[in-house]
Design a protein around this ligand. Structure first.
Ligand SMILES: *Cc1c(COP(=O)(O)O)cnc(C)c1O
Length: 384
């Protein structure tokens, strides 16, 4: 296979990110990728439509200036503390390149192993750290960059281990170059208190990214930590809470030195113009979205209660999805049986979550359809 010789060994061995399915089957209820069930506000749709004309031939603003100015007002920070990305995914990737040294080629790194003394540890400057389970993109970004991964387990109920506990255990590295924390957690939905995140941030020497993709559905957010500590960045996105996945707009807030480093290495025109327009218009109509958050949260609580009544174990959620442990069949079988009933949910094969399903909160009608399908599945089984 001569072509494979043209590809860097690191890239040849990569396992890419596994996307949630985006099927175009009519009538399918899609509860698998945490998209918002409600469309963007009419004002946002109008703003995007109004921007579609001959101006599409022009480059968009390279720094998303107008959008950053609106975000600065919203968060009470300077525009220099903000960078907008092609989705927050782009910024998460830029963070690996700005803050982490790749392991030099040829130096083999193995997990330190008592049985094999002499295997070398990666240097802290080469380490990307995160809790498991959390956003499954982080290990992929570490692999792409050629960094060393340090996944450390959350507690069994998906709560954060305390700093003292992490110190006692020893596997968490307080000097890792980059730490990602999904807060509230995905895929469990578990929410974290800002006070406990602050303790963790204070103990870290490297950069900490608090990935708040779902924070609008939560009780607390940790934005003040990004404004207080020079090594803490908060990641936000217009995708989930603001119904704008299609447009790809996310941003980081943090110290201007870190933000300036990210600006240096981003593409010149990394945020497309219609995305900037849509996100800007979104910030003019936050009332519309706050009403949506309330609806999603109410449906989440209803669905959680109904699934609990059917015998599912439902983890408490502060997001727009719930993690559930099904009964009778394995989670993977439930995935298939629900699909046969035209309902698509998400199942991850990772060991920590393979017994669970992740279900996005849809409309009340979609949630009711899920409950009916689950009842049918459980009833059919009783016949045999
Ligand atoms: C969806 C998601 C993102 C990415 O959002 P985009 O802005 O669409 O790239 C980041 N982090 C987590 C935890 C997510 O679930």
């Amino acid at each position: 296979m001569p072509n494979s010789q043209l590809i860097r060994p690191l890239v040849r061995k990569l396992h890419p990110y596994v996307y949630g399915e985006q099927p175009k089957i009519k009538g399918l209820i899609k509860l698998n990728t945490n998209e918002n069930p409600y469309p963007p506000s009419p004002k946002v749709l109008a703003a995007i439509k109004a921007a579609v004309d001959g101006r599409l031939r022009l480059y968009p603003n390279p720094t998303a200036q107008a959008l950053r100015e609106k975000l600065a007002r919203l968060h009470g920070c300077h525009t220099d503390s903000l960078i907008v990305g092609n989705g927050s995914d782009e910024l998460l990737a830029l963070a690996t390149r700005a803050f982490v040294e790749p392991i030099p080629e040829g130096r083999v790194i193995r997990v330190p192993n008592r049985k094999r003394p002499g295997t070398r540890r990666a240097r802290p400057s080469e380490m990307i750290q995160y809790f498991t389970p959390s956003y499954s993109l982080y290990p992929v970004l570490a692999d792409i960059h050629g960094a060393r991964k340090n996944p450390v387990s959350l507690k069994p109920d998906f709560s954060l281990p305390g700093v003292a506990e992490l110190k006692r255990d020893g596997s968490w590295k307080f000097d890792a170059a980059l730490t990602y924390v999904t807060t509230p957690n995905a895929p469990s939905g578990h929410g974290y208190k800002t006070s406990e995140l602050e303790k963790l941030c204070r103990a870290q020497k490297g950069v900490v990214v608090l990935d708040e993709a779902y924070v609008d559905f939560a009780e607390e957010n940790a934005m003040r930590l990004a404004l207080k500590y020079p090594h803490v960045l908060v990641a936000r996105t217009f995708s989930k809470a603001y119904s704008l996945c299609f447009q790809r707009v996310g941003y980081f807030v943090g110290h201007r030195d870190l933000i300036a480093a990210l600006h240096k290495i981003r593409d010149s025109y990394n945020v497309n113009g219609l995305g900037q327009t849509g996100a800007g218009a979104t910030l003019e109509d936050l009332k519309f979205y706050r009403a949506n958050f309330k609806k999603v949260i109410a449906t989440r609580e209803w669905l959680s209660r109904e699934l609990t009544k059917l015998g599912f174990r439902v983890f408490p959620s502060q997001t727009n999805f719930i993690l559930v442990q099904p009964l009778r069949f394995t989670a993977q079988e439930w995935l298939q049986r629900l699909r046969a009933q035209r309902i698509l949910v998400r199942w991850f094969s990772f060991p920590e979550v393979k017994n669970y399903l992740r279900i996005t909160i849809g409309t009340p009608a979609e949630a009711a359809a899920l409950i009916s399908a689950a009842r049918r599945i459980l009833r059919n089984q009783a016949c045999f």
